[in-house]
Design a binder for this molecule. Structure first.
Ligand code: ADP
Length: 489
């Protein structure tokens, strides 16, 4: 069952329950108050009859009752439908109606509880029941209140007769039935109207979820198609969810790209050394085993290629690791001069043949970059400077300040880079012909260092410039944002 249907059903169920409870409550409250009012009316009628008939002041008989009613002019004009149970004298009298409401009937009994007068034709009804007790009875199938009362003489010393009042509630029940029908009708109409409103409003609330759901399902079915993005602008939690999902897709797509590039780079770069090793092994297995010269040469070449593969794999893993670090790196500030001094000291140990000239304008310089990444960046630059310098072994490092940036310059007097190569040196696995010819890469690098540098520079919003002249030297200029000016990276 869809979410929309579930929500509509639950809310409608609740609405129906509440409406029904309120309707029943209203009905029962009105019921109670109408009942109380009707009971009061019955008692009042019985009291009136008691009061008037007690005027006779002698045990009731048909005679004295007729006399009394006639003398007090409470006998109404003759009506055909009214009877007395006994005696022709009363046959057409309707006297007692004077005290009764239209929905009431009455009977009078003598002291022996024999019926002597009635306004009611129904014989079942004429029996006197328990006294002074308001009971619910029925007359001709009509429901109503029955009250039997004794009639005393004037001094209230003796019972002279009894009276019975029946108060029909037919009108009330008719009204109640009509009201119930009306309320049910109203409830059904209200529920239908609310159902329609709910159905459409819940539908519009759920629209963003539906579009998100559709996109998720599409991506689940087409996991390679990661360019789709959710476009929800509901201004609520669903929009937040959609943004989170989009960011998640960005990360997955990024990882996917990285993985694809990694695989293609690896297969591309490893193909050559593997082919070389296989060639040497083939040669050895065919005829080189017994020739110590060929054996030695092939083993050396294979070892060399295996070493290259090892370096390449390390470089590639480092580059992949960097991508992940950049997206999760928390530490974002570093004292540049401290790192520069440390890196230079390291290189002094490894390459003591170089002259490292250091110029730092001012200390301390806090820049918006993690110290680990700044060290990595600087190591790549100094490493290249040492690798691509032969005659003039001087490396100059300077750290100066501009308004918003710290400016790092790493300058060497080495072989330089051709103009056409300058646009490519930051691409992964790119190496200039010069560096290839010198075969420096086999021992040190494979064209990955500057691509890592480029990733770092982009991630930390640095600016990068290269100036180079063949046989003169190369100058890398990096502007790193200072901490105060650019805290968000
Ligand atoms: P590698 O590991 O081959 O050094 P890099 O990505 O660090 O890879 O550099 C890419 C290419 O740029 C190098 O092969 C080299 O040709 C050139 N290059 C980088 N730095 C310098 C430099 N300081 N002087 C001359 N050439 C350089």
């Amino acid at each position: 069952m869809s979410l929309r249907k579930k929500m509509v059903l639950v809310s409608m169920g609740l609405f129906f329950l509440i409406l029904t409870i309120f309707t029943l409550l209203a009905l029962s409250i009105s019921n109670v108050s109408v009942f109380k009012h009707e009971q009061k009316t019955v008692r009042e009628t019985a009291r009136l009859i008691q009061m008037n008939i007690s005027e006779i002041n002698a045990p009731l008989t048909q005679d004295n009752l007729t006399d009394y009613l006639q003398s007090n002019q409470v006998l109404d004009p003759i009506r055909q439908h009214t009877i007395l149970t006994e005696g022709a004298d009363f046959a057409n009298s309707h006297s007692i109606l004077h005290f009764l409401y239209a929905n009431q009937t009455a009977c009078l009994y003598n002291a022996d509880k024999n019926l002597i007068f009635t306004t009611n034709l129904d014989e079942n009804y004429q029996k006197l029941g328990p006294l002074n007790k308001l009971v619910t009875g029925s007359k001709n199938g009509q429901k109503g209140f029955v009250l039997n009362v004794p009639i005393y003489n004037k001094n209230k010393t003796a019972i002279i007769g009894y009276a019975k009042v029946f108060h029909s509630l037919e009108f009330y029940y008719n009204l109640k039935n009509k009201m119930i029908l009306l309320l049910i009708g109203l409830e059904v109409i209200t529920i239908l109207v609310v159902l329609l409103i709910m159905y459409y409003s819940i539908g519009s609330f759920l629209k963003p979820i539906h579009s998100l759901h559709k996109l998720m399902r599409y991506i689940a079915q087409n996991p390679k198609d990661l360019h789709m993005r959710s476009d929800v602008h509901s201004g609520d939690e669903i929009e937040e969810l959609s943004n989170i999902f989009n960011k998640m897709l960005d990360r997955i797509a990024e990882q996917n790209d990285l993985q694809q590039r990694f695989i293609s780079d690896v297969s591309h770069e490893l193909r050559t050394p593997v082919a070389i090793i296989m060639g040497h092994l083939d040669m050895l297995s065919r005829w080189g085993k017994n020739d110590p010269e060929i054996l030695q040469e092939s083993l050396e070449a294979s070892r060399h290629e295996a070493h290259r593969m090892n370096l390449m794999i390390n470089d590639m893993l480092e580059s992949i690791g960097l991508k992940n670090q950049l997206s999760t790196s928390k530490e974002k500030t570093c004292s540049l001069e401290t790192v520069i001094k440390m890196v230079v000291n390291n290189f002094k140990m490894v390459r003591p043949d170089f002259d490292y000239q250091l110029y730092i304008e001012k200390e301390p310089i806090l820049a918006a970059i993690s110290s680990q990444h700044f060290e990595q960046l600087l190591t790549i630059l100094v490493d290249n400077a040492t690798k691509y310098s032969s005659d003039h072994k001087i490396i100059q490092l300077s750290l100066t300040l501009s308004l918003d940036y710290a400016i790092l310059i790493v300058k060497d007097y080495g072989i330089g880079i051709e103009k056409e190569d300058l646009n490519h040196i930051f691409e992964r696995f790119y190496r200039t012909d010069k560096s290839r010819n010198r075969d420096i890469g086999s021992a040190t690098g494979l064209g990955i260092g500057l691509s890592i540098l480029n990733d770092l520079v982009t991630a930390y919003h640095c600016q990068l410039e290269v100036e180079s002249e063949i046989h003169v030297g190369t100058k890398f200029i990096i502007k790193i944002p200072l901490v105060n000016k650019n805290e968000k990276i």
